[in-house]
Design a protein around this ligand. Structure first.
Ligand code: SF4
Ligand code: SF4
Length: 134
């Protein structure tokens, strides 16, 4: 199973080799979606974890024991089809091809499974058709 989580690291945990420990100790693959980590500061990261459900729970428990705050990331991109004019501007900034224009209908196609909620598409839409559920 896959689970997206938000992590907040205290200053002293920044150097923890997290992805390596998750793979070695829990057989969990960790895909880094976003990271904001600076030396001697609190760090934030969004990870997509893949693995067995029991191992995922154990891995999250272990991260919490390391003073890392863990919460589920349930944010999603919402596209208002009534506002969208299919201009395609958002497809140019999407790093994962979650947004594309259908080559036949020229309508915007959004594949949610590819979206990493990077939010880059929101500000480029001229009609404010893209938002995020917070
Ligand atoms: S949030 Fe990022 S990944 Fe998702 S559709 Fe927008 S640009 Fe693409
Ligand atoms: S930028 Fe906005 S209007 Fe243009 S295709 Fe994307 S969602 Fe639709």
């Amino acid at each position: 199973m896959k689970q997206r989580v938000n992590l907040t690291f205290p200053k002293h945990s920044i150097s923890n080799p997290l992805a390596y420990r998750l793979a070695r100790d829990f057989n969990i693959a960790a895909n880094i979606i976003r990271a904001q980590i600076a030396p001697n500061q609190e760090g934030k990261m969004v990870l997509e974890l893949s693995g067995d459900i029991d191992q995922l729970e154990s891995a999250i428990e272990w991260m919490r024991s390391q003073e890392i705050e863990v919460s589920s990331d349930k944010r999603e991109i919402i596209i208002d089809e009534n506002l969208c004019v299919d201009c395609g501007l958002c497809t140019g900034v999407c790093p994962t091809t979650a947004l594309s224009l259908d080559p036949i209908s020229f309508r915007l196609d959004f594949r949610r499974s590819l979206c990493i909620v990077c939010e880059q598409c929101i500000s480029v839409c001229p009609v404010e058709a893209i938002s995020i559920n917070l």
